[in-house]
Design a protein around this ligand. Structure first.
Ligand code: 13P
Ligand code: SF4
Length: 357
């Protein structure tokens, strides 16, 4: 996979980290949110009133249910990738941010908006990258590479961010690493090994990597993409960089969720094979109703169907728990102030960098 040679210590980290390997995760079953149209409409109306009453705004990721994404759009909220979700709260006057996504997104919103309340439909929605990178072991890993700049993906806990120099998302990771290379920095990268390998290959940066992965994206299969390409020979292949290198190699465009949506709009192709969570089809089909979007296959050798192109944790967000959260103001996100005060430094660095500052 093109990883750097790791010192013996790395093997110790890897072994000690085995208990949090993806196969050991207690991955929730897919949540089924099938509701009759009238039920959806009633939930939405009640949620709209509650958002107004609480002076709250909904900030949703592209992987959440269509109903949640449309509600965010209808109420002046935000549906976006993780970078824009992080930036949105700052720019909005609401007192309460309701983050429909996974826990690291809620924590990031809280750290960047300490004066605001941040609620989530559920606090149980996590991420395999976050789970696979415990702060204390990561801190030991960084200590072992003390001469390197620590760059962590946004899909991490607040405590891991607090140990970093830079936070990045898939929207800006390449640009940040190029910037650091220009300064002559060598890098500790965590936690996603696929995204890290992609950046290492694109930039030639000197990176040592944590061994994490996304349970959704690592299941896309290169052979499956080649097979489906025979059915849709003119399709452009859009790939999120959390996917394996063999899948990335088949891509016409590699990018964050928002970059893939832009590509679906801008490319002249009328068919697309998409290797990311299927929640993204809501926005792609809304923007390009005349185009055909097909899921990249996850089946084949090694597939576990833990994810099958839908993040089980993103799938825990639903209209009923969103309404209950707003009604009760439960599920508030809190971040230890001692951690927040350190995590805000690399987070603000990322926001300023992405704003050209
Ligand atoms: P984006 O930043 O591209 O939205 O990705 C977030 C994520 O969790 C992808 O799995
Ligand atoms: Fe984490 Fe993967 Fe889910 Fe994104 S899709 S939140 S990286 S588990």
């Amino acid at each position: 996979m093109g990883y750097n040679n790791q010192p013996n210590f790395w093997h110790l980290v890897f072994v000690s980290n085995a208990f949090v390997s993806n196969t050991a995760f207690d991955v929730p079953l897919h949540q089924s949110h099938s509701m009759a149209p009238a039920e959806i409409r009633d939930h939405k109306e009640r949620i709209k009133s509650l958002l107004k009453e609480r002076n709250a705004v909904l900030v949703a990721h592209y992987y959440t249910d269509d109903a949640i994404q449309s509600l965010a759009e209808e109420t002046g909220g935000c549906v976006s990738d993780s970078l824009q979700m992080a930036r949105f709260g700052n720019q909005h006057p609401a007192d309460v941010l309701v983050v429909a996504g996974v826990r690291f997104m809620g924590e990031t919103a809280k750290i960047l908006n300490l004066e605001k309340r941040v609620l989530m439909p559920t606090l149980e929605a996590t991420c395999s990258l976050d789970l696979g990178c415990p702060a204390s072991e990561f801190s030991d890993f960084c200590d072992h590479h003390a001469d390197r700049t620590v760059v962590v993906y946004a899909n991490t806990s607040a405590a891991v961010k607090a140990r970093s120099d830079w936070v990045v998302t898939s929207s800006n990771a390449l640009a940040v690493v190029e910037h650091l290379m220009d300064q002559g920095d060598r890098i500790v990268w965590a936690p996603d090994r696929y995204l890290g390998s992609y950046i290492e290959k694109e930039t030639g940066a000197d990176m040592v990597m944590w061994d994490g992965s996304c349970v959704v994206h690592e299941e896309f299969k290169a052979q499956g993409v080649r097979d489906i390409k025979k059915v849709y020979p003119d399709a452009a292949v859009l790939v999120h960089p959390e996917s394996p290198q063999s899948v990335i190699e088949l891509a016409d465009v590699v990018g964050s969720t928002s970059q893939l949506i832009d590509a679906a709009r801008e490319l002249p192709n009328s068919e697309f094979i998409v290797a990311t969570d299927r929640g993204i089809f809501y926005k792609m089909r809304q923007m390009e109703p005349g185009k055909t979007f097909v899921e990249a296959p996850t089946a084949g050798e090694g597939a576990t169907c833990h994810s099958c192109a839908h993040c089980p944790w993103m799938g825990m967000n639903a209209l009923d728990n969103l309404e209950a959260t707003l009604a009760s103001s439960d599920n508030e996100v809190f971040v230890d102030p001692a951690i927040a005060v350190r995590a805000i430094v690399p987070l603000e660095r990322m926001v300023q960098f992405s704003e050209g500052g």
